[in-house]
Ligand binder design. Structure first.
Ligand SMILES: [Cu+2]
Length: 66
């Protein structure tokens, strides 16, 4: 399981954009977004690098959540 902090997420639109970007890498990924903490929890076989790169392409910086 991968947890990424995505500081620029602030509304439902961001949640769907982030979710869509991650599912573009792995359609079967399990994505859970917590807008309060801005943490995205991802269950996927894809690499963390590939997932973070897809988020970057969608316009969202991310870093590993503590
Ligand atoms: Cu938004």
């Amino acid at each position: 399981m991968l947890k990424l902090t995505v500081p620029d997420m602030n509304c439902g639109h961001c949640v769907s954009a982030v979710t869509k970007a991650l599912k573009g890498v792995d359609a079967g990924a399990d994505v859970a977004v917590d807008l309060d903490t801005k943490v995205v929890t991802i269950r996927s076989d894809a690499s963390g690098e590939a997932l973070a790169a897809a988020l970057g392409k969608a316009g969202y910086e991310s870093r590993p959540a503590a």
